[in-house]
Design a protein around this ligand. Structure first.
Ligand SMILES: *[C@@H]1O[C@H](CO)[C@@H](O)[C@H](O)[C@H]1NC(C)=O
Ligand SMILES: *[C@@H]1O[C@H](CO)[C@@H](O)[C@H](O)[C@H]1NC(C)=O
Ligand SMILES: *[C@@H]1O[C@H](CO)[C@@H](O)[C@H](O)[C@H]1NC(C)=O
Length: 802
C-alpha cells in the first residue's frame, strides 16, 4: 500500500532565507566579527615559513596594513586548520573579509554562526537500559579499536560509564591529547576516554573572556549534555543504573568497548562555528573513526555552513559523521544538518512509558507522563487545582496573566497557589524551571499542559516537585474544568505516578519535537536519514550538575533522562562504530547505507509508525528511511557507496559555482563532466527524492534515478526488485534482477518515476508528498530504498532553484 500525505509548506520561506544568506554573506556594517577562511594550502608563498605566518599577513593586508582591526593577544588568528579543512578563523571587519575573499590563494570567506545543543531538557534520575545492547557485543573486544569523537559540552571523566577495566591498550593509531585544566587533571584520560580537548577561542573572541566561576577552561562537562551523549554512544556497562523508585537496570552505550574522545565546543553562550571547525580539524588529525555531533544546524547553503564543511573534511578522511536532525518539529522543513555526507538523525520513542495521570474531582482521568522521583502526593487526597494564568500577582495586567500562565519566574502569587496543584502552559522557559517557580511560590504539585502548537507530544521530566505533563487536548479539558469551578465547588485533582511501564504500544513513534523534512537545502536528498531512540533516554550524568538542569536544583544523580535528537544521534554514532569494527573497509557512505536500507517503518502494532504530535501515520519526511535496526544493519546484503568525487558532482548539479564548491572541498572542482552526467538526485544515495513543480500546466512529470549497489553479502547472490509505487505514480526498475557473482561487485539500475499531478487542488506555496519504496531481495536480505515524490506549487517559477 502506498502511503500518502499532504501538508502545507511555505516553500517561499526557504528561497528567501537562502537569498538573504547568500546576499549578506559577508554582512553589512563595519562591526568586527569572526570569519572562517578557506585557503588553497598549496598556494602559500614561499616567503612565509608557516601557514600561520601567511594567514596573519593576509589578515593584516586585508585590514589595510594592520591599522584596521583590534589587535588580539598572539596575533589576529583564532584557530588555524589543517586536517579537516585548510585555513583559519580571525576577527575582522566585513570590509576586510571582502578584501580577503579576493586575495590570491583564498578560496572562501564564511561568517561565523552560533549553534545550540539539540536537546530538550527533560531530566530525571532512574533506570533501565536505553537500548538493549546486542549479546554479541557484551563479552568480546568488539569495537575496541574504534574511537568516537563527541563534539559537545565536554565530559565528566570520573563517571563509572567511562571506566577502562578490561580494555586493551589505547589503539596505536591514536594521536590525540588529553588537555587538562580546572576539574580535569592531567591523568583524567584512560584507556576508555583516550582524549579530551576544549575549544573556546572562537567563543571568547565574540563573547569576551569566559566567566570562570560559571564555566571552566578545561574539557570538564559542567552542563551534563556531553557526558550524556558520550555514554549513549559508548558508555560501559553500569549496574545498577538508578534508584529512586523507578526501575533499576543496566546502563550501557551502543558500543561499550569503543574508545571516546571529548571535544568541548559548547559553552554557556553557545557553540561557535570556528570552535566546532577546530574540533573537526583536531578529530581528523587525532585519528577518530566516528564524529558524533548533537548540535543544532542552521539553514544556509553548504558552502556557508561550518558543520557541513568540517563534516566533509572528516568524511573524506573516512570518518562517519552522525548529527542530530534538530528539535524544530513537528512542522515541515525544520530538519537541519542536512548535507548528504552526514547521517541526519531524528528521534523516536521506545516501548517504555512513565504514566503519571491526572485524576480530576469530576471523575475524568487525563493521561500524563512524568519521571518525578521524590516524595509522592498524599495517597487518596484530592488537592485544589488552579490555573496559573488566573493567579498572577496583585498588580495584575494582561502581560502578567501571560507570564503567570507560563509560570515564568516571579509571576505567581503565593497566596493563590500555596498548597495547590498548579497548571502551567508549556513554552518560553524550560519545563523544569516552571516546576521550580511553582515550588518556590508554595505550590504542592504541577501539571504542565501543552498548547495547540505542541500537540500531543509529551516529554517526561525530573521535576523538583510532584509534576506531570499532559497533551493539548487534555490541557483544554483541564482549563475548562478549572474555569467552571466556583469558590463553593473548587476544582480538585491529584497526580497518580505509576512508575515505569514496558511493552507500550504503539512504539516506536516519531517524537513530536523531531525535526522534519523536506530538506531545505537540497530536496533531492531525503532528510532526516533515519530515526533512533531520542525520547526519555537514560544515560550518564556528571556529579556536579543537578538533574533538572537549573542552577537551583541541588540534587545529585549518577544518571539522568534527557530527550532530544541530541540523544538519538549518539545511538547512530555508536552503531556506526560497531559497523566499522565489523567491516573495516567500508566507507562512511556504505556504513550509512547499511543503517538506512535495513531500517524499519512498522511499529510494534504492525502499523506504519505514527507521529506522536498527531497520532496519525507518519511519513518519510518524519522518519526518513525508518527506525534503525542494529542487528540487520550488520548484514545489509547490498550498500549504496559514495566517494568524495561523487559529492563534488552532486554540488555541481546543485548549480553551486566552482568557487562555492571549493569552500567545501579541498581541491578545485571541475563541473563539466558532472553536469553532463545528470541531476543532483543521481548522487548514489540510499533514498530517492523527486520534486516536481505543480503549476497546473502539466498533468504528469517524469524523472529517473541511476543507482549502483555493491554486494557485501558474501559471494553469489541474485536480487530481485519489488516496487511499492507512491500513490498516483508509476515506478519502474530496470533491470528487475541483479545477479552478483562475487563479493564487492557493483551493479547499476535505473528507477523511472512517472507522477500524475495531485487530484486534490493545490494552493500556491503548498506541497504534497507521496512515498513508496524499491526493495531488493535475495531471500536473505531486504534492501529497502524509499522513493519520495513531492509536488510543489511554487509562488514564482523563477525560484525553483530548490
Ligand atoms: C560569574 O558567574 C557567577 C556564578 O554564576 C556569578 O555569580 C557572577 O556574577 C558572574 N560574574 C560576572 C562578572 O558575570
Ligand atoms: C504482527 O504481524 C505478525 C505477522 O503477521 C504477527 O505474528 C504478530 O503477532 C503481529 N503483531 C501484532 C502486535 O499484531
Ligand atoms: C541547474 O541549472 C540547470 C540549467 O539551468 C537546471 O535545468 C537545473 O534544474 C538546475 N538545478 C538545480 C538543482 O537548481
Amino acid at each position: 500500500m502506498a502511503s500518502s500525505a499532504s501538508r502545507t509548506l511555505l516553500l517561499l520561506v526557504v528561497v528567501v532565507v537562502v537569498a538573504a544568506a547568500v546576499g549578506g554573506v559577508l554582512g553589512g556594517g563595519g562591526e568586527e566579527r569572526t570569519f572562517i577562511v578557506r585557503v588553497d594550502a598549496d598556494a602559500k608563498p614561499s616567503a612565509f615559513p608557516t601557514h600561520a605566518h601567511w594567514y596573519e599577513a593576509a589578515v593584516m593586508a586585508a585590514e589595510g596594513g594592520g591599522g584596521g582591526g583590534e589587535w588580539r593577544e598572539g596575533g589576529p588568528l583564532i584557530h588555524t586548520y589543517s586536517a579537516a579543512f585548510h585555513g583559519f578563523s580571525a576577527r575582522m571587519s566585513p570590509a576586510a573579509a571582502a578584501a580577503l575573499a579576493e586575495a590570491p590563494g583564498v578560496a572562501a570567506v564564511v561568517p561565523e554562526r552560533v549553534r545550540q545543543l539539540a536537546t530538550t531538557r527533560s531530566p530525571r534520575f532512574l533506570g533501565l537500559l536505553s537500548s538493549p545492547p546486542s549479546a554479541l557485543l557484551a563479552d568480546s573486544d568488539f569495537g575496541s579499536d574504534l574511537v568516537i569523537a563527541i563534539i559537545d559540552t565536554g565530559i565528566s571523566p570520573t563517571h563509572r560509564s567511562f571506566h577502562d577495566r578490561g580494555l586493551g591498550p589505547v589503539p596505536s593509531k591514536w594521536r590525540g591529547v588529553c588537555s587538562s585544566g580546572p576539574g580535569f587533571p592531567p591523568n583524567s584520560c584512560n584507556r576508555k576516554l583516550v582524549g579530551a580537548r576544549f575549544f573556546s577561542a572562537g567563543y571568547e573572541a565574540t563573547s569576551g573572556r569566559m566567566n570562570e566561576t560559571a564555566e571552566v577552561r578545561s574539557p570538564l562537562d559542567t552542563d551534563g549534555h556531553g557526558t550524556h551523549t558520550a555514554s549513549i554512544a559508548a558508555g560501559r556497562y553500569v549496574f545498577p543504573a538508578s534508584t529512586l523508585g523507578y526501575a533499576r537496570g543496566v546502563a550501557a552505550g551502543m558500543a561499550p568497548k569503543a574508545r571516546l574522545a571529548a571535544y568541548k565546543v559548547c559553552w554557556v553562550g553557545g557553540c561557535f562555528d570556528s570552535d566546532i571547525l577546530a574540533a573537526f580539524d583536531a578529530a581528523v588529525a587525532d585519528g577518530v573513526d566516528v564524529v558524533s555531533l548533537s548540535v543544532g544546524g542552521v539553514v544556509v547553503p553548504y558552502y556557508l555552513d561550518a558543520i557541513a564543511i568540517g563534516a566533509f573534511g572528516a568524511t573524506e578522511a573516512g570518518i562517519v559523521v552522525s548529527a542530530s536532525a534538530g528539535n524544530g518539529g513537528p512542522g515541515g522543513l525544520t530538519v537541519t544538518n542536512v548535507a548528504p555526507w552526514m547521517a541526519t538523525v531524528g528521534a523516536g520513542s521506545m516501548d517504555r512509558a512513565f504514566p503519571a495521570n491526572v485524576q480530576l474531582g469530576n471523575g475524568q482521568v487525563l493521561d500524563g507522563v512524568s519521571v518525578y522521583g521524590g516524595p509522592a502526593l498524599q495517597s487518596g487526597k484530592m488537592y485544589e487545582l488552579v490555573y496559573a494564568g488566573a493567579s498572577s500577582g496583585a498588580a495584575s495586567s494582561a502581560a502578567d496573566g501571560y507570564s503567570a500562565s507560563m509560570c515564568l519566574d516571579g509571576s505567581l502569587d503565593p497566596a493563590a497557589v500555596r498548597g495547590k496543584i498548579v497548571v502551567c502552559d508549556r513554552g518560553v522557559n524550560s519545563r523544569a524551571a516552571k516546576g521550580d517557580v511553582v515550588h518556590r511560590a508554595g505550590g504542592i504539585g504541577m501539571v504542565l499542559a501543552n498548547g495547540v502548537f505542541d500537540g500531543e507530544g509529551l516529554v517526561a521530566d525530573c521535576h523538583v516537585l510532584p509534576a506531570t505533563a499532559v497533551g493539548a487536548a487534555a490541557g483544554d479539558k483541564l482549563r475548562k474544568y478549572i474555569g467552571s469551578s466556583t469558590r463553593q465547588a473548587p476544582a480538585t485533582g491529584t497526580i497518580l505516578f505509576e512508575g515505569t511501564h514496558l511493552g507500550v504500544h504503539p512504539a516506536p513513534v516519531v517524537a513530536a519535537f523531531s525535526a522534519r523534512g523536506p530538506n531545505p537545502q537540497s530536496p533531492e536528498i531525503l532528510k532526516p536519514d533515519l530515526i533512533a531512540p531520542g525520547l526519555n533516554i537514560l544515560a550518564a550524568w556528571p556529579s556536579g550538575v543537578g538533574p533538572a538542569g537549573i542552577p537551583s536544583d541541588g540534587r545529585r544523580t549518577e544518571f539522568n533522562i534527557l530527550s532530544g535528537t541530541s540523544m538519538a544521534c549518539p545511538h547512530i554514532s555508536g552503531l556506526a562504530a560497531l559497523l566499522k569494527a565489523a567491516h573495516p573497509t567500508w566507507s562512511p557512505a556504505a556504513i550509512k547505507s547499511a543503517l538506512m536500507t535495513t531500517a524499519y517503518i512498522k511499529d510494534n502494532s504492525n502499523g506504519t509508525m505514527v507521529d506522536e504530535s498527531t497520532g496519525v501515520v507518519a511519513d518519510v519526511f518524519d522518519f526518513g528511511a525508518g527506525h534503525v535496526d542494529p542487528m540487520r544493519a550488520m548484514d545489509p546484503g547490498l550498500v549504496y557507496d559514495i566517494t568524495p568525487v561523487d559529492y563534488v558532482n552532486f554540488l555541481c548539479n546543485l548549480n553551486y559555482t566552482e568557487q562555492n564548491i571549493r569552500a567545501i572541498t579541498r581541491r578545485p572542482a571541475d563541473c563539466r563532466g558532472a553536469r553532463r552526467a545528470g541531476h543532483a538526485g543521481n548522487l548514489n544515495y540510499p533514498s530517492m527524492s523527486a520534486t516536481f513543480a505543480a503549476d497546473g500546466t502539466r498533468a504528469t512529470m517524469k524523472t529517473h534515478f541511476i543507482r549502483t549497489v555493491t554486494n557485501v553479502g558474501g559471494g553469489r547472490a541474485v536480487y530481485r526488485a519489488t516496487v511499492r509505487s507512491p500513490e498516483g505514480c508509476a515506478v519502474t526498475v530496470q533491470p528487475r534482477q541483479l545477479a552478483f557473482r562475487r563479493d564487492g561487485q557493483k551493479l547499476s539500475f535505473t528507477v523511472r518515476v512517472e507522477a500524475a499531478a495531485p487530484a486534490k487542488k493545490m494552493e500556491p506555496g503548498s506541497s504534497q508528498v507521496r512515498s513508496g519504496a524499491v526493495t531488493w531481495s535475495d531471500g536473505r536480505h531486504a534492501v529497502n530504498t524509499p522513493v519520495v515524490v513531492t509536488w510543489c506549487y511554487y509562488y514564482h517559477h523563477s525560484t525553483t532553484t530548490m
